[in-house]
Design a protein around this ligand. Structure first.
Ligand SMILES: [Zn+2]
Length: 273
């Protein structure tokens, strides 16, 4: 009898613990659902939503999307000069940096006036800050969006994550996933890449190596989204633009800019639909 009472009490204790765990689990699940549905962030930046339509344009033939991250800088000017000379449109994912010797707002304006695409790449580019939380990411995103809108008068609709949408050591996968979901909820589309120029390996990467990397990376691909950087130190990136355009054009590629109508190259995360 005594054993039975003890057993029953133990059983009741276990049952209670199970109930408590379930309730806690349900609450946690509720929080997750709430985060996923975006309710936690609805009060933040109520104007920061964008209508990017509900479909992408059909792409045919061989197409190259030349993209430049981290500007504006002195090199952006050189890149813009070459693009103008070649009659090619490209895409610039810009930051809030104020590189010495350049008027960054004037460069942002020139990018738009010359018909290129402009997208957000964060204001600070500080991984340890922007990837700490959804709130931090949104605050930074809002800042670069405002800067672009003020300088150019247009509302940017596309963006690129620093480091791409892949896992990085500054963020938990859960935070990165929550950021992606929140940005998608707001209508924004992010664009990764499928061809690296290699100009991020070293400031001293020579022009021929960059050209070789890009031509080599294009092999077998009809659609290429080329990752380059145009911060002040990367002079080779700007010098490679002319030869790359000539040689890819000779291979039958046409150059287009990324817009919200272009189906994005994305690295494939489990939250994508
Ligand atoms: Zn970057």
């Amino acid at each position: 009898m005594f054993f039975l009472i003890k057993w029953t009490k133990a059983k009741a204790f276990v049952a209670a613990a199970v109930v408590i765990c379930c309730v806690v689990g349900m609450l946690a699940a509720g929080q997750t659902t709430q985060a996923v549905s975006g309710k936690m962030y609805e009060g933040l930046y109520p104007d920061m939503y964008v209508n990017t339509g509900d479909g992408f344009e059909r792409e045919e033939g061989k197409v190259a999307y030349y993209t430049f991250d981290d500007g504006p800088s002195q090199n952006t000017i050189a890149i813009l000069d070459t693009l103008k000379e070649k009659g090619v449109k490209a895409t610039f994912f810009v930051t809030g940096q104020e590189a010495s010797g350049v008027d960054s707002d004037a460069i942002l304006k020139r990018i738009v006036e010359e018909g290129h695409s402009i997208g957000m790449h964060t204001y600070s580019h500080e991984y340890s800050d922007i990837y700490r939380s959804v709130e931090n990411y949104l605050a930074d995103f809002h800042k670069i969006r405002e800067k672009i809108m003020k300088a150019t008068g247009i509302e940017p609709k596309i963006f690129r994550f620093p480091g791409g949408s892949v896992k990085n050591s500054f963020a938990s996968p859960a935070v990165q996933k929550a950021i992606r979901i929140e940005m998608r909820r707001r209508g924004y589309i992010y664009y990764d890449w499928n061809l690296v120029s290699g100009d991020d390996k070293s400031y001293m990467t020579d022009v021929d190596t960059l050209i070789h990397n890009i031509l080599n990376g294009a092999k077998g691909k009809d659609k290429i989204v080329i990752l380059c950087h145009d911060d002040t130190m990367r002079v080779s990136t700007a010098k490679a633009v002319g030869p790359v355009i000539d040689q890819l054009a000779a291979q039958g590629y046409r150059f287009e800019k990324l817009t919200e109508s272009v189906q994005p190259v994305q690295f494939g995360n489990d939250d994508e639909t």
